[in-house]
Design a protein around this ligand. Sequence first.
Ligand SMILES: Cc1ncc(COP(=O)(O)O)c(C=O)c1O
Length: 372
Amino acid sequence: MIRLSKSIIGEKEANEVKRILLDDGYLGMGAEVGKFESDIADYLGVSFDNVVCVNTGTSALHLAVEAVVEKDFEVLVPSFTFLSSYQAISAAGAIPVSCDVHEDTLSIDLEDAEKRITHKSKAIMVVHYASNVANIDKVYEFAKKHNLRVIEDAAHAFGCTHKNKKIGSFGDIVCFSFDGIKNITSGEGGAIVTNDAHVLSIVKDARLLAIEKDSDKRYNGQRSWDFDVKRQGYRYHMSNIFAAIGRVQLSRLDSEFGPKRIELLKLYQVLLGSNQNVVFQKHEQDAYIIPHIVSVRILNNQRDGLKDELEKEKIPTGIHYKPNHLLTYYKTDYNLPVTEKVYKEIITLPLHPEISTSDVENICKIINNYLN
Ligand SMILES: Cc1ncc(COP(=O)(O)O)c(C=O)c1O
């Protein structure tokens, strides 16, 4: 049966895990994590010091928010995102302020965000939905104008570029996810990338219970026995096992996973492109997009019927995402009209490197038959 998304793991990853289990013998955070950080830094073209691996993308976002936003201050964030973005903000004691998105790009609507700025606004968290790094230049102009920090939720956008620059190689604080179904996986995992020395020192310690400068010791096989702690920390470090998986995955991204994901998205676009009831997300020009998901809008109240039809044919689909401002914990006393409209239209179609072109042809045939 076709899967909506899937971890693509092979012999190479298995052998590297075996090496850590049997040869290295240290499964916690040690030298392998340092090597994964170094590989990521080389891939992005940034300094080794600028990459901090943690156990999930959500932890990366949590530490990033906590490093730059004090308790009870506000973070502007699109409601149309995975719950992680919100939980990361509230876990840091900050307040997520729900903003609307643009209907075509599904990225944050800065005019709407501007209306929600208060004296407590400290940061804007933008989400590269479905790997589309839309309006990022405008986001940085906006942040400068309003004196805000920028946290990029780039969970979907590892390997993508904006104007030939890799996401993570520029900007303020960029957070990636390497969970099981992302562009690359480390099993579970995430990374914070920034060149802000103050933020780096906070997040490096915070992932290891805030024990000062423990990371460097661990990369050399040592531990801190005499140490100080000056703030709240967490057990958010990455394990050597996960780093070993991530290193192999990174080496496969540009040769295997990226081209395959791009090819499948293009095929969907060709086969559904003339269907008046299917609207693809508008992608930023000058971008290289490795799609983590393919989510389209189905017009004229036909989304739920189509979802049922596809599931009858054993084609799984998803809804990314239920808007956060509709959840009890994050409920707003205002509406976000575009987000609420898009939520009723959006459907995610199967996409991962093991899907074949004939699978996509079959899926598109069912969609075109149903909608025409
Ligand atoms: C937009 C977005 N943000 C954050 C995350 C969190 O990543 P993780 O699952 O690694 O915690 C995800 C992952 O699903 C995501 O899709």
